[in-house]
Design a protein around this ligand. Structure first.
Ligand code: NAP
Length: 301
């Protein structure tokens, strides 16, 4: 099995099999894709359930997505996971998109069934499951005021999840303020009981918002690069804050270092990856995901 397959590989697809002799029937798509942990997580799940197939990485961007989806269907694939930059582009090629994914405007899981392509978004439920699993103590999307950094695809899923769960107060802060304002207007319609406030992404405004928020979620790209500076400094955080960074590579972002210095409870995005993947597995196979096997494969403690 190759580390990464391409569109050219799909065009010349035989009965590609893995070291174990099992056929590849699932894929994770994106560009870049080499760092994806989906193969180790999903292949552990498939093995644990005795499912006779495996998942592989595919370096496919939006330009080749339409052609690739036709080939996946022709080669009897069961499902796909999608990551940056394919989550929005894929909407153009699906037969059905579930209501939640449609409202978010992004799809991260596809199922092939009866010659049709179905799209879903499991990111919001993934972070919700992660938080309910206790990774951040007794933190709660439904009971606690939340400060959410970002207004991209992941933030849209998380903001919607907060509103669906009845989050009392949601502070939204994005580098491009207009995107946060657009998202705030949409989220206010999901649940009128959730008060949504847009906050400038600058230290003073964030510090002020943090006096009202208890749970902080970073869903921006800030922290992916080792030299990134945290958007929030330790002086704005207290021991009463709970900080979740959706980034898991690096495991300790600049924001989490600030949270630790302030004595706050903190966690990285590995548990969100785990639970969004478990939800995708359940959509592909209509059965419960073997969460312990997946957790062990990712080394989530
Ligand atoms: P996206 O749609 O491209 O959104 C990127 C977001 O980051 C936007 O809000 C953007 O602000 C902001 N941003 C980018 N560079 C910035 C900078 N230098 N300063 C301030 N803000 C900046 O990407 P996405 O799919 O939402 O992903 C966002 C993050 O979530 C990534 O770090 C990704 O790793 C993480 N994620 C984790 C999981 C998981 O399972 N753990 C799942 C999905 C995503 P503008 O609007 O101003 O451009």
């Amino acid at each position: 099995m190759k580390e990464i397959y391409t569109l050219a590989d799909l065009e010349n697809w035989g009965e590609e099999s893995t070291e174990s002799g099992l056929p590849i029937r699932l894929g994770v798509l994106g560009e870049p894709i080499e760092h994806s942990l989906s193969p180790q997580m999903q292949n552990a799940a498939l093995e644990s359930c005795g499912l006779q197939m495996r998942l592989a990485r595919f370096a496919i961007g939006p330009r080749d997505l339409g052609q690739a989806l036709k080939l996946f269907a022709r080669h009897h694939f069961v499902g796909l996971s999608l990551t940056v930059p394919d989550k929005i582009a894929v909407l153009n090629f699906l037969d059905e998109v579930d209501e939640n994914a449609w409202a978010i405007g992004a799809v991260n899981a596809v199922r092939f069934q009866g010659g049709r392509l179905y799209g879903y978004n499991t990111d919001g439920a993934g972070i919700s499951d992660a938080i309910r699993s206790g990774v951040l103590g007794d933190a709660s999307l439904s009971r606690w005021p939340v400060l959410l950094l970002g207004a991209g695809g992941a933030s849209r899923a998380i903001a919607r999840q907060c509103a669906l769960e009845g989050c009392p107060k949601l502070f939204l802060s994005n580098r491009t303020r207009e995107r946060a304002e657009k998202l705030a207007a949409e989220i206010s319609k999901v649940n009128e009981a959730t008060t949504v406030t847009v906050v400038d992404q600058e230290p003073g405004a964030l510090r002020q918002a943090l006096t009202g928020a208890r749970l902080v979620i970073n869903a921006t790209n800030v922290g992916l690069r080792p030299d990134d500076q945290s958007l929030i400094s330790r002086d704005s955080l207290t021991r009463d804050h709970f900080v979740y960074d959706t980034i898991y590579n690096p495991a300790r972002t600049a924001l989490l270092a600030e949270a630790e210095a302030a004595g706050a409870v903190f966690a990285n995005g590995l548990t969100m990856l785990l639970y969004q993947g478990a939800r995708a597995f359940e959509l592909w196979f209509d059965r419960k995901a073997p969460i312990d096997a997946m957790r062990a494969a990712l080394d989530v403690t």
